[in-house]
Design a protein around this ligand. Structure first.
Ligand SMILES: Cc1cc2nc3c(=O)[nH]c(=O)nc-3n(C[C@H](O)[C@H](O)[C@H](O)COP(=O)(O)OP(=O)(O)OC[C@H]3O[C@@H](n4cnc5c(N)ncnc54)[C@H](O)[C@@H]3O)c2cc1C
Length: 382
């Protein structure tokens, strides 16, 4: 990327997740001075995996880390869609884009480390254990008071602080995440040698994905409908996850069941979406990633969208005359694409809820077709 000729320089990024670190790398390489504040004193990324489709890899390449992510992950082709006994009924996922494979499975921790290492190499400044207490968002800059009492003035503030974004509430008011009636259970395992690509098995009351994560490891996700979002005590997590797995007679799932032993390693969470109406900016604050458009993992694309946001925002800031126009152009390039993913994921989630509760799907509902159409659209230029 070229050095920025723009007068704006100092950028505060709130949140050091996938979106925050990606935009920091992109901006630092473009000649800006981004600073990340992260509320946690140290990163503690949970140890399951994340699916990166070809468009995610293309965006990671734009910030210089796709090859490292592929080297430390597990590239594979399209995901095999199967019934519970293992018989294949279709396949899903973006087709390859250029040299990028359909998918790269990677550990979330490793992806985080790859981004962190690149950001450190580029010279991004991190301030850990810190958040924003107050801000004064003006047409030409943002004055910030941090939670430790320190203050700073920035040309731009980028909110990348996730689905429960505090900055979003400060600037746009309250938007509550929408619980979709589904939950996800995840657990990591050594990779069975037969696991050569990603698999999703569709059952009557849940679905299970088995996804390679590195050459040595994989993870599973189980989607289930838990009704009114109940609290599940830790001492029930192992048994419940195993009972979902037992409903899938396919050997790939059966051979993993007895390896589920540690409740602390069962990652259980309800699934929520959030759609901030356009525009995602006001004066000099702009919201990206899950803070603006959180989706459920039905299309494995939330992080991909956050990385794409980072690439597009840095691109527009570099080539556009004013910040306001750059933000407007960013919205033009991002809003519909992100809405498309969140809405298609919500629809897929609603169909799953109906299916798992024994109800019939609306006429014409076709999960494979909706997944195919949406992931194909994601191969388009950003
Ligand atoms: C179960 C599940 C599975 C998923 N699987 C996939 C997948 O396979 N592929 C895919 O592409 N996407 C997937 N996603 C989506 C993906 O995880 C998210 O879209 C992505 O993490 C969003 O990144 P982000 O940086 O916007 O937000 P986050 O990852 O939420 O990061 C936000 C960061 O901000 C910090 N923060 C929060 N509040 C503050 C504050 N007030 N001040 C300072 N810092 C703050 C947080 O600590 C965190 O570090 C999945 C999501 C879920 C829920």
């Amino acid at each position: 990327m070229n050095q920025s000729p723009r007068p704006i320089k100092n950028v505060l990024i709130v949140g050091g997740g996938i979106g925050g670190q990606s935009v920091a790398i992109a901006l630092k390489k473009a000649g800006y001075e981004p600073e990340i504040v992260e509320v946690h004193p140290e990163f503690n990324v949970y140890g399951v995996g994340i699916i990166q489709q070809a468009n995610a890899l293309r965006a990671l390449d734009a910030i210089g880390v796709a090859d490292e992510a592929i080297r430390l992950g597990y590239p594979y082709g399209r995901v095999k869609l199967c019934i519970a006994t293992g018989q294949q009924i279709g396949e899903a996922g973006t087709p390859p884009i250029g040299r990028f494979p359909s998918h790269n499975g990677i550990s979330r921790r490793i992806l985080h480390d790859v981004l962190f290492a690149e950001a450190q190499k580029a010279g991004v400044n991190y301030r850990m254990g810190l958040s924003v207490e107050r801000l004064n968002n003006q047409p030409n800059g943002v004055d910030v008071t941090f939670t430790d009492g320190s203050m700073g003035s920035y040309d731009i503030l980028i909110a990348a602080d996730g689905i429960n974004s505090k900055i979003r509430s400060m600037v746009f008011g309250e938007y509550k995440p929408n619980y979709v009636g589904l939950s996800v259970w995840r657990y990591a395992f050594p990779r069975p040698k037969t696991l050569d690509t990603g698999y999703i098995f569709f059952g009557k009351q849940s679905k299970i994905g088995v996804i390679p994560m590195t050459a040595e490891s994989c993870y599973i996700f189980v989607n289930s409908a838990e009704g009114e979002n109940p609290y599940i005590p830790e001492d029930q997590l192992v048994d419940k996850l195993k009972s979902y797995m037992r409903a899938f007679p396919v050997p790939l799932v059966q051979e993993l069941i007895e390896q589920v032993t540690d409740p602390k390693l069962v990652n259980y969470r309800p699934l929520e979406t959030l759609k901030l109406p356009a525009p995602w900016y006001k004066n000099r604050v702009i919201v990206i990633g899950d803070a603006a458009h959180a989706t459920i993992p039905q299309l494995g694309s939330g992080a991909a969208l956050a990385i794409e946001d980072a690439v597009v925002l840095a691109d527009e800031l570099q080539k556009t005359e004013t910040v306001e126009q750059a933000f407007a152009n960013f919205m033009e390039r991002r809003f519909q694409r992100c809405q498309m993913v969140v809405e298609a994921s919500e629809t897929l989630g609603q169909w799953e809820v109906l299916e798992y509760s024994g109800q019939s799907l609306p006429e014409g509902a076709n999960m494979g077709a909706l997944m195919g159409k949406t992931t194909m659209a994601l191969t388009g230029e950003i």
